[in-house]
Design a protein around this ligand. Sequence first.
Ligand code: NAP
Length: 525
Amino acid sequence: MVNVTEREPAYEVVVIGAGFGGIGAAIALQRAGVDDVLVVDKWHRVGGTWSANTYPGVAVDIPSFIYSYSYEQRADWSRLFAPGAELLQYAEDVVDKYGLRPKLRLSTTIVSATFGEDDHLWRIVTESGESISARFLIGAVGGLERPKLPNIDGIDSFTGKVVHTARWDHEYALAGKRVAVIGTGATALQLVPEIADTVEHLSVFQRTPIWVAPKIDFEVGPVARFVLGRRLVRSTLRAAGNVAVEAGMAGALFLRDQLPYLIRGAEAGLRAWIRSQVPDPELREKLTPNYALGCKRPSMSNTYLKAFTRGDVDLVTDPIERITPSGIVTADGTEREIDVLVCASGFKVMEQDSTPPYPTYGRDGLNLGTFWHDHRYQAYQGVSVPRFPNFFMIAGPYGFTPGSYFWMIEATAAHAARAITETRRRGATSCEVRQEPHDRYFRQCVERASRTPLFSESCADSNTYYINYQGDAAVLRPSLHAEMWWQNRHFPLDNYSYSTVRAPRSGRAAAADPREVNDVVVAAR
Ligand code: NAP
């Protein structure tokens, strides 16, 4: 029988992650009247991905007046696309403004989370062995939690400096060094032009080119600040920007059949842009994707493509064969000697040891990572999974509609807060998404995703990270933003089942009552 003192959790809700997802979840709970919240993070500061990614050139690639909370818009961004440090400051400012600092526990790594069926409590264990109990658990660890080093023969034998872009070493000077960058994703696109001037020589190893658009960026001067300071103007601009981002990202993927000319027109425009940046046809061909726009997230830069026209920057497209103690050997047998290996090679996304990044045990000791590995990644609205009561995710499988992460954060945080509030309103101690609505959502996502170009010939050469090792596009919610917004806020409350753990009673009544042992009842309504 469960000890009565353990039936009361230390916190009503523990949120794991103090990035924008965790901060957004804490604010959503606060707005719903749930204040007994602890927000834990392994980093020493808030900001999540912006705390991890501090490589040279890091900046947002969605306009800042969109890449921010709808309820915490700012007019004083330094640029249209704010640099990473400013995003970090924004996170700090929001934490202070919403009084979240006392709820934070930083520099605390979680190693496991376990749901107790006897008392409907989660127990979250830290690296130091401390156990923290909570009625509800919100995982806000983000999708890009585990840096991925390239899986290349000999990488461990390299004797020079190895750095992943998400763990940048600011103490190490690149000046005068021969540097190799592996990867040409959105990170490399920001990094390459930024370090090209500093290093002695730069070799960029490209496996798949990225679609690059011009970046219409500018300093937000006093006039723009004044204009953005008007709430109505700002909201109108934000709405227009949202539509543009939606068309460019979600639209390119989910409306390709409906808007073929628009998407092909955009691709033609991008080809013209690449032509204007790279006069050499051979180099240009290498830098031009041969997959459709939308198969991977495109990005923007006015300096990336041009960097390859410099004499001291090489684009290497021959496949890497192996890494030696002093350089990189490509399939054509060329060895390039280098001092520094920069891995702009992305993250482990929806792999067994990365999503979730720590074992999470639900009912019957079911391990979420194992369940997903065996049965494919899935979650109702990207938020909850059957057999994991009182557990919600901010960025779960099929939760993210391409665009600003803030859209998803506000939607999924609202979902979690709504389910938690309803559980409390019913006087219940547990809520669990029902199998049928979960399965229906999963089926719908899989079916919709199968109709996107992701699984068609047009994306065959994209090597897209949108499709995971199981062959599913579980990273994305195949819907437009409006549907994600609506469904997370208006899902039928009966899509969850609610139950209540009984308070233990003492004496003969308890001994005579078998419910004392099996003391979970389904809520009356
Ligand atoms: P990424 O998009 O996953 O790109 C990784 C790159 O490394 C790809 O070019 C990949 O080639 C290459 N690569 C990986 N392993 C390799 C290997 N063994 N050999 C050769 N090449 C290899 O990672 P990322 O650029 O860090 O971006 C991660 C996510 O963050 C993306 O969703 C991106 O859009 C986002 N991001 C956002 C911002 C922002 O400003 N908001 C900034 C940066 C990144 P393949 O393409 O062939 O796999």
